[in-house]
Design a protein around this ligand. Structure first.
Ligand code: KG4
Ligand code: ZN
Length: 348
């Protein structure tokens, strides 16, 4: 097998149209067109709007990526594309384009798991992941601890959220505070001006009786409810609410529980490298606290640069490169998108 394949990666699972190009572990281009502005007034992603935006953005984004990487389509060794999980109509746009390219160019197609893209994108910044690596995946729809034996072939789930995902909690809390969508970046910014110890919000599944069954699982719906109750009671009592304090205290609760369980999982499983991934991995407090606690625990932390944390095509391309280099068979041209693709399935 060639040592450093040139891979085109296409991502269209939600509201970002991403096209990335990598040569092995080297990032050559990462172009993203977002339809987020079209969803703001609805307070969340509207699937039909997202799908139409992908149709419009895909061609231009592909051309920009090829120009940025200074490569020609004919030079591409394989096409990688997000096959799931995500919004069905949105996934189908990227997958159809990828199939058409693979067919026209007569190159192999790899249907890739979006979530594994988030986990593996740090390879572009800091090289191959040691085996095993623990992954903390924190996105808008998922929160997981994963044992990565091999990013192309072997992923085991150590923990998951039993209700909301971390990003979902950010978006819901932002909405109840009257802040813009998506909530993560807004709360992150406001939290910088607030006091993280102003309000003591709950840390889900950390009580002793919960730890017996849910040591490595997360829960954020109680936290969201606690913030809602706190805001409601303050308003009722005519107490002035400091949004930065609420944001900082909420963020502290999220970062605290995400990091403490991730470190515990590393130590319990005897794994000394932790990789962070997903949109919430861009969060400044999570990145800072994780660095502090990994340092104390003797764990090597791998954090992709914030720009690679949110949805993009490069993360799909690098998984494509890993699959090619591991000798995994390509996907058939008749695969379907799987909006509920299981997290342990790297490719189709
Ligand atoms: O991974 P992602 O781009 O999409 C999914 O695969 O779901 O993650 C999007 C999520 C949103 O919930 C957004 O609010 C959150 O990532 N997010 C952040 C930050 N930037 C994005 N959450 C906290 N702090 C941030 N700086
Ligand atoms: Zn994502």
């Amino acid at each position: 097998m060639m040592s450093a394949p040139l891979i085109l990666g296409i991502e269209s699972s939600c509201d970002e149209t991403g096209v990335g190009i990598v040569r092995g572990h080297e990032l050559l281009a990462n172009e993203v067109a977002s339809s987020v502005d079209e969803h703001v007034r609805f307070g969340g992603v509207v699937p039909e709007i997202a799908s139409r935006a992908h149709v419009e953005a895909l061609g231009p984004t592909l051309r920009r990526a090829l120009a940025a990487a200074d490569v020609d389509l004919s030079q591409i060794d394989a096409i990688a594309v997000t096959a799931g999980p995500g919004l069905m109509g949105a996934l189908v746009v990227g997958l159809s384009a990828a199939k058409a390219l693979a067919f026209a160019l007569n190159k192999p197609l790899y249907g890739v798991n979006h979530l594994i893209g988030h986990v593996g994108v740090d390879i572009l910044d800091h090289g191959p992941l040691p085996s095993p690596t623990m992954a903390l995946l924190v996105s808008g729809g998922h929160t997981n601890l994963l044992r990565v034996g091999n990013i192309a072939t072997q992923i085991d789930e150590i923990g998951t959220t039993i209700d909301d995902a971390a990003g979902e909690a950010y978006d819901k809390v932002a909405r109840l505070l009257g802040l813009a969508y998506p909530g993560g970046p807004v709360i992150d910014r406001l939290a910088g001006e607030g006091n993280p110890r102003a309000i003591s919000f709950p840390r889900g599944l950390t009580a002793r009786h919960d730890l017996e069954r849910h040591r490595f699982n997360y829960s954020f719906s109680g936290l969201k409810t606690a913030v809602a109750r706190w805001v409601e009671i303050s308003r009722r009592d005519g107490v002035e609410i400091s949004i930065p304090d609420v944001a900082a205290s909420f963020q502290e609760a999220v970062a605290d529980v995400l990091t403490s369980k991730a470190i515990d999982a590393c130590q319990f499983h005897g794994i000394d490298t932790l990789v962070l991934g997903g949109g919430v991995a861009a969060n400044s407090r999570l990145r800072g606290l994780l660095a502090e606690r990994c340092d104390q625990g003797g764990i090597t932390l791998r954090r992709p640069r914030p720009a690679l944390c949110t949805d993009n095509g490069a993360m799909i391309a690098v998984i494509g490169a890993e699959l090619v280099m591991a000798g995994v068979a390509p996907s058939s041209l008749d695969i379907s998108a799987d909006s509920g693709m299981p997290i342990t399935q790297v490719s189709m």
